[in-house]
Each structure stands twice: as C-alpha cells, then as structure tokens.
Design a protein around this ligand. Structure first.
Ligand code: B1M
Length: 222
C-alpha cells in the first residue's frame, strides 16, 4: 500500500498525469496519477489515505521547490493537472463525506484586476493540500466575497492583486468583510503586495507565494 501511495506522490510532484503523457521524459510509458489513483481505490486503499499520503505530500514537495526556484510555473501546472486527474477519482468520496476537507478557501482577484495566473497557482496548491477551494475568478467585488463567505460559514478568504492601482481595492474588501462577516480571516498576495501593506489594511496574513498561503491555512487546522 505504501508503495502505491509513494508512486502517486511522485506522479504529483513530477507532473506525471497519465500513462499516455510523455512528460516527464524519464517516466514515459509508466502509469500516471490517473491510473494509479484508480488502482489504489480498486485495491481497497482508503481514499483519505490517498489524499493525505499521496496527493498532499506530492503537492507539498512541488510547492517547496517552487518557493526555492527549483521549478517554475510550467512544472507547477503539470503537477496541478496530475492532481486534478487524481482528484476526479476521489470526488465521489468528498461528496459522500467519507473524505473530509481541511476547510474552505474562497479566492479571487480583486475588482478592477484581470490577472489570474498567480491566483490560479495559489488555488491549485491550496486544493492539492486538502482544502476545498471556491474560485470566484477575476475582477471580484466585495459583495461577491461576502456572499460566498455567508454561503460557506467559517471559510478563509484569499485576495490576489497584480496592479498597484488595484491592490488598494483590497483595503475596502477587507473592511467590508470585517463589517459584514466579522471574524473572517483574509490572506492577501500578489506581486505588488507587501507585509507593510497587509498591516496597513488589517488583513490577517500576507504571503509572497502559494506555499506560504498553504502553511498559514494548515496552521489554522492544528
Ligand atoms: Co499585466 N501587468 N497588465 N497583464 N502583467 C503586470 C503585472 C506588470 C508588472 C507589467 C509591467 O508593466 N512590467 C504591470 C503592473 C504594473 C503595476 O501596477 N505595478 C501590468 C500592467 C500595467 C497591465 C495592464 C494595465 C496593461 C495595459 O493594459 N496597459 C493590464 C491591466 C489589466 C487589468 O488587470 N485590468 C494588464 C494586462 C495583462 C494581461 C491580460 C495581458 C496578462 C494577464 C493574463 C492573465 O493573468 N490571465 C498580463 C500579464 C501576463 C502580466 C505579467 C507579464 C505577468 C503576470 C503573471 O502572471 N506573473 C506582469 C509582468 C511580470 O510580472 N513580469 C504584468 C506570473 C505569476 C505566477 O506571478 O501573479 O505575481 P504572480 O503570482 C505569484 C505571487 O505574486 C503569489 O503567488 C504567485 C506564484 O508565486 N500570489 C499570491 C499571487 N496572488 C496571491 C495570493 C495569495 C498569496 C500569494 O494569497 C491569497
């Protein structure tokens, strides 16, 4: 059992989606995350173990390598694709409640801002670490964040911005969230955002990369 979970973790880490994929070259012809997750379930391995001992360790490793500049956006996207294929097999167990998520994370790029590549990476990394992610997309107004938090009580909110002209919109979103749904935790990030800015607007956490957001979220569950 441990061996197959280790193989799944490797597929996630190295972006081996399925047998047909020629990437990475040294895993060509081998089963990928898709086949191995199906095989693990067919062999009676608990879906929670597949998540916690296969998918999550693989995503953690790629997150750390990305932080250390040992891999770049394309590799992370391949890992996320492998993770999505594995997740497809686990979805029924999430729906039935047999596999529990760590919590819900609502993310969006703030109003006025159309950049979504960084936001998508954060979203994939957080999902791969066992959280349910509700991605509100780009150009998201405070009202939409508030409605989502009301629908998913206790969720954590993530705000992304790439422009100096739109990061300022984070301030009013945080303020509205504080007024409307007190106690909601807010993480902010994006190239122009800084720790000093976080302090100024009163958000709970600033992360310069996806891994920091994952570590903060996981810390909330301890
Ligand atoms: Co835009 N753009 N852009 N652009 N664009 C930048 C950001 C810019 C720095 C380019 C430049 O001038 N050198 C500049 C901003 C200047 C500033 O404000 N300081 C700029 C500009 C000016 C503009 C327009 C105004 C251009 C124009 O039309 N005149 C316009 C604005 C449109 C709008 O949003 N209203 C515009 C448009 C676009 C495109 C649509 C063409 C395209 C976006 C496509 C898309 O996202 N789907 C685009 C792109 C691609 C860029 C650059 C080239 C790349 C951004 C990117 O995706 N980086 C960018 C220049 C650059 O960075 N080299 C630029 C890769 C991504 C992985 O990094 O998003 O930083 P990033 O995410 C990181 C971290 O920041 C962090 O994790 C990610 C992974 O490490 N992170 C979080 C992000 N969100 C987080 C949230 C968290 C935690 C961490 O917690 C919640």
């Amino acid at each position: 059992m441990e061996e197959i979970l280790q193989q799944i973790a490797n597929c996630i880490e190295f972006g081996k989606t399925d047998k047909a994929s020629p990437y990475p070259p040294d895993m060509k012809g081998m089963d990928g995350a898709d086949e191995l997750t199906r095989l693990a379930l067919d062999n009676g391995i608990n879906p929670s173990d597949i998540l916690s001992q296969g998918l999550i360790p693989g995503m953690e490793k790629i997150g750390i390598k990305f932080r250390q500049n040992k891999v770049f956006v394309p590799q992370v996207l391949m890992s996320a694709r492998a993770m999505n294929l594995a997740m497809k097999h686990l979805k029924p167990y999430f729906r039935s409640g047999e596999v529990k998520r760590k919590g819900t994370f609502i993310i969006g790029t703030v109003v006025g801002d159309l950049h979504d590549i960084g936001k998508n990476l954060v979203s994939m990394m957080v999902e791969g670490n066992g959280w349910e992610v509700i991605d509100l997309g780009i150009d998201v107004k405070a009202e939409k964040f508030i409605a989502a938090v009301r629908e998913h009580t206790g969720s954590v909110v993530g705000l992304s911005a790439l422009l100096t002209t739109t990061m300022v919109n984070m301030e009013s979103i945080v303020k509205h969230l504080r007024d409307e749904v007190p106690g909601t935790r807010v993480i902010i990030g994006g190239a122009p955002v800084t720790e000093g800015f976080r302090e100024k607007i009163g958000a709970d956490f600033y992360s310069s990369d996806p891994q920091g957001a994952v570590e903060y979220l996981n810390g909330l569950t301890e």
